[in-house]
Design a protein around this ligand. Structure first.
Ligand SMILES: *Cc1c(COP(=O)(O)O)cnc(C)c1O
Length: 395
């Protein structure tokens, strides 16, 4: 070892003894060194009893998986590089040619797009169902249905479904199916805080950790959690084959975010509810969609099943306000920025054309703007909305 480069590379490192820091350290690896060939041959790749290769986990990602299980009330967790990847992993692990997947019509758009494109190309069929109608779900189930997606509330339009009723419909049908039918919930909105996905009957809970668990608007990650070991193995082995690893640095950011998730969820909930109630009374508004508002679709189910609500609200404007006017409203807002994602520190808004993205009924004629409420003060956000609303032109 006379060469300096060789000496640097082989310089011994052990974490400092007695260094009990509050936050776990960041461990990063592609390669993990085995002490001998015998150890390499004996290492169990399939179960998380040791470390084999960075793609399959590090002390940092294993710690995060355990904490996400704690958050969700689940037993097993697999981390993936984005929230969307968690949806895709479930589809890839559970569906094969000839199977059918059912997706709520008001689901997160890219879930539907993956079904329309890749799943269809791979011989998997899909259908949309009205999440507010268990009988519509019952009518869409077939002998080939293998997976039913759930989402609470719907993306953008925020209808809160009766999850136990939907799960009961699936289980009644699935019991007659030799392989059973798996229910997977996109639990990004509840975040493991507003309700327990498994207690309401979901077999799998996925989350965009990008949203609340990170809370910083600066990291992309997803999780897939189950209570069922056999189901977890299907997901975990597929995960090993598709190369969906996450970085130690990103895992550490989410570990940091988890420390404050409950406080942030509650604070953003309070601000959002106050703004939603105020917005409802403004003359430009036809309806505010937010599950905690009486009259918002699914309010009764939300009230029965949830202890809180996320930071999203959608405003439906009176039909006299054109799309151009709604775009201008978003442009005129100063604290609400224009951008995707939500549950970060900064408030956001995006206008959506709802009839273009769904097939089941939509009762409104006017346009919709979805707001994500950040951590700013209520009074500042309300003043910002008020000034931008006052500039709106009625045509
Ligand atoms: C944001 C989001 C996702 C996807 O998360 P990414 O990390 O952006 O891929 C999935 N589902 C819901 C409901 C979301 O809001």
């Amino acid at each position: 070892m006379s060469d300096k480069s060789t000496q640097l590379i082989h310089h011994g490192y052990k974490p400092p003894a007695g260094f009990d820091s509050v936050q776990p350290g960041i461990h990063k690896a592609s390669t993990i060194i085995f002490p001998s060939v015998a150890a390499l041959r004996q290492r169990d790749w399939k179960h998380k009893t040791g470390y084999t290769y960075g793609l399959h986990g590090t002390p940092t990602t294993f710690t995060l998986e355990e904490r996400i299980c704690t958050l969700e009330g689940g037993q097993y967790c697999t981390l993936v590089p984005s929230g969307l990847a968690s949806v895709v992993l479930v589809d890839m692990a559970l569906l094969k040619a000839g199977d059918q997947v059912l997706i709520p019509d008001n689901a997160y758009g890219p879930n539907k797009a993956f079904a329309q494109n890749e799943l269809t190309a791979w011989g998997v069929s899909f259908a949309y169902y009205d999440a507010m109608s268990p009988s519509d779900l019952a009518a869409k189930l077939t002998a080939r249905t293998r997976l039913v997606w759930l989402e609470a509330p719907g993306s953008i339009t925020l209808e809160f479904p009766d999850l136990p009723a939907l799960v009961a419909v699936v289980k009644a049908h699935g019991d007659a199916h030799p392989q059973g039918i798996v229910t997977a919930l996109d639990n990004t909105w509840g975040a493991g805080i507003a309700f327990n996905a498994f207690d309401l009957g979901a077999d799998i809970s996925v989350q965009a950790l990008t949203k609340y668990p990170s809370g910083g608007a600066d990291v992309l990650m997803g999780s897939v959690v189950t209570r069922d070991e056999a189901l977890h193995q299907l997901l975990h082995f597929c995960h090993m084959r598709v190369g969906y690893g996450v970085s130690g640095n990103d895992a550490e950011l989410v570990l940091r975010g988890l420390n404050s998730i409950a406080l942030r969820y509650a604070a953003q909930d309070a601000t959002t509810r106050a703004l939603a109630g105020w917005l409802q009374q403004q003359p430009q508004i036809e309806a505010v969609l937010h599950p905690a508002l009486a009259g918002s679709p699914g309010h009764a189910a939300w009230q029965r099943d949830c202890t809180g609500a996320a930071c999203l609200m959608s405003a439906v404007f009176k039909p006299g306000y054109s799309q151009v006017t709604l775009d201008a409203l978003c442009d005129n807002l100063k604290l609400f920025n224009i951008g995707y994602s939500w549950a970060g520190p900064i408030s956001l808004c995006v206008p959506y054309d709802v009839p273009a993205i769904r097939t089941t009924g939509w009762p409104y004629k006017g346009g919709l703007v979805r707001f994500s409420v950040g951590l700013e003060a209520l009074s500042d956000l309300q003043a910002d909305l008020a000034q931008a609303l006052s500039l709106m032109q009625y045509s």
